[in-house]
Write a new protein. Sequence first.
Length: 350
Amino acid sequence: MNNHENYRCAVLFDYPERIPVTFHVNPAVWNAYDQNELCDLLESHPLLFPDFQRPKLPFVPEYSLNACAAKPYVDPWQCVWTTDCDGITGVVNTHPLADWANFAGYVMPDPNETDGTYPLALAEKHRYVEACHQCGGLATLGLPHGHTWLRLQDIRGYEDSVCDLFVEDPNIIRLLGMIEEFNTRVVENLLSLKPDVMCFAEDLGMQHGPMLSPELFRRYIKPVYRRMMRKSLDQGCMIHMHSDGDIKLLVDDLLESGVQVINLQDTVNGVEWIAEKLAQKVCIELDVDRQNVTVFGSPKDIDALIRREVSLLGNRRGGLMLVYGFYPGTPLRNAAAVMDAMERYSAYFC
């Protein structure tokens, strides 16, 4: 069973050989650690990095357009992104519709040319999907991170967006409709390539509770999600949803919208709550802690955390995946401990 077959079995509760595990190395990491040590670490974990080839050093990674320090990025919606660290996605600090007076001349980007954040590059995505299918792999496409709710606040500003939704300002309703129309056309373009998995990544939570009240989410954002996801489900795509933050109050709405794989943070939402609410009901892609244990704990603490999570959430039938994001500030020995534990416990139920 290859990794793609294993992923499908995990999502469909069809007895995968292993718990699928993913370890993301943020590009900023290459500037924060000794590159030889980092390469040694990646080479020593072939389960996580089966295709890793040691690059010529010093290695300069490619940064996304909105993750370049000292180089503000104006996206197709005219939002201005800035970051202080190469490789770390920036934040929008200039909102094109902070003043509704600017709405009169505001134009939706071309969904045949861009996904709203980056160039769409449909021809390149088509080659990727064909290559996946030729080797028996799963082709994964999706909207960019922050496609609807975050896009709304990037354009208008967070506080103004919340207040406008609360008072049902006609302008915010019109803007949300414009965003949905754009995203729907991007989804249709992506579906024409016949992917296997469609991703809808969007942070909805804060450290405690969601950014938007459940009532406002259900009134305005959930219907947009349902309509977009329905198009993908009708074509037979598996639906993957990522959200950082505390989303306990929104999980039912996300599942009702069509989500089949839910990527959520472990300690922010509570592993016990996740086990009680979601285990064996939907495929959980558990985002392993990046705030406390893996940053400030010991390798022994990290091993205990991941073993406990697998014990609470795992099942021989499937329904569990693990993902970890490695960022500057995490000790290299702790990153190694996460890798060790992910590889070790990926076979916990085999």
